[in-house]
Structures are given as structure tokens and as C-alpha cells.
Design a protein around this ligand. Structure first.
Ligand code: ZN
Length: 205
């Protein structure tokens, strides 16, 4: 059978100079903006986010990368949405940001405390019968790094987002790995496909 399309040749990006931005997220952003349309590897990203003084590799860079997509609206493709990319390769096809991104609701401090107590300070993610239950500060045996619980808005398309910051039932505590899983695939309240994530993960023509 003839191949439908000719595979485009992959061009790999380069680390251009020093990235001195204060935050990990801004350094990842700068690296991608320097390499529009080029493939960046996990190793290159880690190189840029590693603290030059301590040589420490941050544990949560993957989450920061995810936030560039979901909160800031950048398109960053991976093997999930672009067939010719390998696992741990990423590509920003253009510097445009989706304007819908960035409006985030957060629980109040009191609500977050109530959520943590309900969760017994552990990740509330459920996969079938299996609950994650990793505790805050524990080492994540799968993802590596220490668990840091953060609030997840169960239904990002809530009808009354103004009420939700005070309603613990609208939130769950998730570890970093499951925040990424959740953002990428599902809306756990409705069980419907999270259109927000699908847009983010649909293949680029
Ligand atoms: Zn978890």
C-alpha cells in the first residue's frame, strides 16, 4: 500500500545560550520560543531547567510544561498528538496562544484545607478500582520526585464557577502526575471527554 503522506524530516532544536529566567516555566517557554517548529527532547528541556548552581534537576518540570499548554494556551505537541514524534520529544509549531486559556478558578485557603482533610492529605485520583492515595511529601514510585498535592477543579466547565472556591465537593486533591493525567484526558465529574484537553491534544494539520 502506498504511503499516504511523505514523512516530513524532523529538525531538532538547539539550546541557544543561557536561560536565566527565574522560573522553570519561563525557561521552558523561552526554549520552545527559540525553537518554533523544531523538535525538542526531554534531555534538552531538563538541561535548560536544571539549576546551574546546584545542578539539581527539578522534579516538576513536566507539570510546568503542561501548564504552558493548559493555562497559557500554547500548543506543544508530543507523541500523543503527532505521530512522527517519539516519546519524550516535543514540538511547538507556532507561537500563537489560545485566548480561551488562562481563566482559572482556585479554592479558598479554607476550602483547600477542608479538601486536604477529607483526602487525608493524599491524592484522590481513582482509576477504576485503584486509588492513587499517594501522600503529600511521599516519593512517587512511578513518576519519581516528591508528591505535591494541588487542587483540581473537578468540572472545569462548572455552571457556577464563582461558588466553587468555597465548595470542597467541587474539588479534589491530586498529585502532580495525576494533575497531568486529568488535564490531558478526562473530566472526571461528567465522565465526558474534556473538550479543552482534546483541542489541546488534537493533531495539527
Ligand atoms: Zn496521584
Amino acid at each position: 500500500m502506498p504511503k499516504k503522506k511523505k514523512a516530513a524530516r524532523k529538525i531538532y532544536g538547539k539550546i541557544k545560550g543561557q536561560y536565566n529566567q527565574k522560573s522553570i516555566k519561563r525557561r521552558i517557554e523561552a526554549l520552545f520560543l527559540d525553537n518554533i517548529g523544531k523538535v525538542l527532547t526531554r534531555e534538552q528541556i531538563i538541561k535548560v531547567v536544571t539549576d546551574p548552581e546546584t545542578g539539581r534537576e527539578p522534579e516538576n518540570w513536566h507539570q510546568r510544561l503542561s501548564e504552558l499548554r493548559t493555562d497559557e494556551g500554547y500548543t506543544i505537541l508530543s507523541w500523543r498528538n503527532k505521530g512522527d514524534l517519539k516519546v519524550q520529544e516535543y514540538l511547538m509549531p507556532h507561537r500563537k496562544k489560545r485566548s480561551s486559556a488562562g481563566k482559572r478558578v482556585r479554592p479558598t485557603d479554607a476550602t483547600w484545607l477542608a479538601i486536604l482533610k477529607r483526602a487525608n492529605y493524599s491524592c484522590e485520583w481513582n482509576e477504576g478500582d485503584e486509588a492513587c492515595r499517594l501522600k503529600d511529601g511521599e516519593v512517587d514510585p512511578i513518576g519519581g520526585g516528591r508528591v505535591k498535592l494541588t487542587p483540581d477543579h473537578k468540572n472545569p466547565h462548572s455552571l457556577d464557577p464563582k461558588a466553587d472556591p468555597r465548595d470542597p465537593s467541587q474539588w479534589q486533591a491530586l498529585c502532580g502526575r495525576h494533575q497531568v493525567t486529568k488535564k490531558n484526558y478526562w473530566d472526571s465529574t461528567t465522565g465526558k471527554i474534556n473538550t479543552y484537553a482534546i483541542v489541546q491534544f488534537s493533531p495539527e494539520k
